[in-house]
Ligand binder design. Structure first.
Ligand SMILES: Nc1nc2c(ncn2[C@@H]2O[C@H](COP(=O)(O)OP(=O)(O)O)[C@@H](O)[C@H]2O)c(=O)[nH]1
Ligand SMILES: [Mg+2]
Length: 225
């Protein structure tokens, strides 16, 4: 009985969220902005990757960030040092951003800046390998990060995230030599969940794979204009 009620509630919740996400996307489309949603477990390297990406692509694209964290402005403050608009959203007890929260961020962004001047809005989602994959926020593509320290089995244990991803970054590749980790196994587990995903091994520390990642970002922007 309870299960039926919970399932109906969840369907309604996701449906309302989807409507909001479509609305957010229509704003981005109207302004010619591509929106990319970064998702991973806490500490996989989203903010450091964003730091490297903001620095690496700043001459090519005008970018802004919507930064989701349960509490604190710590990541937002780190990213503001790169001279881009950063809209911080604190989700409180919620373990993911939803489309309504991001709508609030978009509202703030479009009042403070001229959105038509921007090419790319990054969303850094709350660190969580489950819920963010289910709640679209209006992004054009989803980027999941899995660090080499998390183990080969995570794509099998958290399938929704890996099924939803358009691009999967295997992060912290510089640490791989120190770990007992089978990279081929990570890749085949990811492929088992999602045969069409683009997989890019990267290290924000050494710069490995970043050119390939930047190229993927550039192609996503072109695909949307
Ligand atoms: N060795 C190494 N450490 C990294 C790399 N990327 C991130 N880190 C470290 O991982 C920790 C978490 O990174 P952060 O970007 O804050 O992760 P987030 O929680 O996903 O945003 C920090 O101590 C980073 O310095 C990397 O490529 N190599
Ligand atoms: Mg972060």
């Amino acid at each position: 009985m309870h299960q039926t009620f919970d399932a109906a509630l969840e369907i309604n919740l996701l449906h309302a969220n989807q409507t909001g996400a479509d609305h957010n996307r229509s704003h981005f489309d109207e302004w010619g902005i591509t929106c990319l949603n970064l998702m991973s477990s806490p500490g996989a390297g989203k903010t450091v990757l964003l730091e490297r990406t903001l620095a690496g692509l700043k001459t090519q694209f005008k970018m802004a960030v919507i930064e989701g964290d349960m509490t604190t402005q710590l990541d937002a403050e780190r990213l503001r040092q790169f001279g881009v608009p950063v809209i911080a959203i604190n989700t409180g007890r919620s373990c993911h951003l939803d489309s309504k929260m991001v709508a609030g961020g978009i509202h703030q962004f479009s009042h403070q800046y001229n959105p038509a001047e921007f090419d790319l809005v990054w969303v850094e989602n709350v660190g969580n390998l489950v819920c963010p994959a289910e709640f679209e926020v209006g992004e054009h593509a989803k980027v999941a990060l899995l660090s080499v320290t998390e183990g080969e089995d995570k794509p099998l244990k958290y399938p929704i995230m890996f099924q939803a991803a358009d691009c999967l970054l295997i992060t912290k590749m510089d640490l791989a030599p120190y770990l007992n980790i089978d990279l081929k196994k990570i890749e085949s587990n990811v492929r088992q969940m999602n045969p069409r995903v683009t997989i890019i091994p990267v290290s924000a520390q050494t710069g490995e794979g970043l050119e390939t990642w930047f190229q993927w970002v550039e192609n996503s922007i072109k695909a949307e204009v």
